[in-house]
Design a protein around this ligand. Structure first.
Ligand code: DGY
Length: 322
């Protein structure tokens, strides 16, 4: 094992974790100073010298990168999602991959519920109206939305975040349905088939990882199966949804709305069709973005990285296939 490890962090991170990493006696840390994320060429150029990489979800870590990273001992991602990492290539090279589950569960569930409420009650439209000086007077039919209490929520995925959203929904008096590929059951959540969930839910919220199997899960057929007037909420990954089919379903009036924190292409281009589609509420991928949670994620990412450098078990190591 080398005396000192060469580590690159592709971003400054909130909190004090990178200071802790920099002060580790066996670490030489370099931090990309930006602006933004490093370009792909920079990532590749650095690969051969690194013992450890601390990356974010916008860095594409593919098979050629692992081939080039001949000295690498560990990859630590500042994210729970790992769809930006070729996990099979990591496994083939024997590289442990760390990620940050657990610490962002409640915060992400908060945002999913905030989007659900904002979409159902048309808050972004109301805000725009008031700011534009277009609020004439109280009107009997101004910005009529949809009740959340008493409605049915369908959770696609019942991992930690899905379960945390279920708890919030129960507090709002919602009926909660849940579907998982594994058939897992959760107390207080009615197990449903994927199709039955789409048929019955007034709000469908996505909480599965983006993998080869889940990409495009919410396609035109799934959207057509959703209850007329239903809402789609996505705080997981944009690639789960066929966005053009979603815009079609909204334009056709089949769905009442979609509240989205994540998109197939991020940042969402300003001229993207979804931004011109009625009923769409958007946020810029901020599900885990609170001061405390982003600091906890940084701490866990650094703990994973240090463990991997020192050939210790990672506190949160991704399974090889994700
Ligand atoms: C993740 O961690 O994967 C989220 O998308 C951002 O926190």
């Amino acid at each position: 094992m080398p005396d000192r490890f060469n580590v690159w962090a592709t971003r400054h991170l909130p909190g004090r974790a990178l200071e802790r990493l920099a002060s580790a006696p066996d670490v030489d840390l370099d931090i990309w100073s930006g602006p933004g994320a490093p370009p792909a060429g920079e990532l590749m150029a650095r690969a051969p010298d690194l013992d450890g990489l601390l990356c974010t979800l916008v860095d594409r870590i593919d098979a050629p990168w692992f081939d080039a990273a001949a000295k690498l001992r560990v990859l630590s991602s500042y994210s729970v999602g790992l769809d930006h990492v070729d996990l099979l290539a990591a496994a083939a090279h024997g590289i442990p991959v760390g990620h940050t589950p657990g610490v962002l569960v409640e915060t992400t569930a908060d945002l999913a519920f905030a989007l659900l409420l904002a979409g159902a009650r048309r808050l972004p439209e109301g805000e725009r109206l008031v700011r534009a000086g277009e609020w004439g007077t109280w009107e009997p039919d101004l910005l009529l939305g949809h009740d959340v209490h008493g409605a049915t929520l369908g959770l696609v995925g019942l991992g930690a975040i899905g379960q945390a959203v279920a708890r919030r929904a129960q507090g709002f008096g919602m009926r909660v349905l849940g579907w998982t590929r594994s058939g897992r059951t959760v107390p207080g959540v009615e197990a449903a088939s994927f199709g039955d969930l789409l048929d019955s839910a007034d709000f469908v919220s996505l909480h599965v990882a983006l993998t080869g199997e889940t990409r495009g899960l919410i396609d035109a057929a799934a959207l057509a199966r959703m209850k007329p007037g239903a809402f789609l909420i996505n705080t997981a990954r944009g690639g789960l949804v066929d966005e053009s089919a979603l815009a079609d379903a909204l334009d056709a009036g089949h769905l009442a709305g979609a509240a989205l924190d994540v998109f197939a292409q991020e940042p969402l281009p300003a001229d993207h069709r979804l931004l011109r589609t009625r009923g769409v509420t958007v946020a810029p991928h901020v599900g885990s973005a609170t001061v405390a949670t982003r600091a906890r994620m940084a701490d866990l990412a650094v703990d994973n990285l240090l463990a991997g450098l020192r050939s210790e078990p990672l506190p949160q190591q991704a399974p090889p296939a994700g």
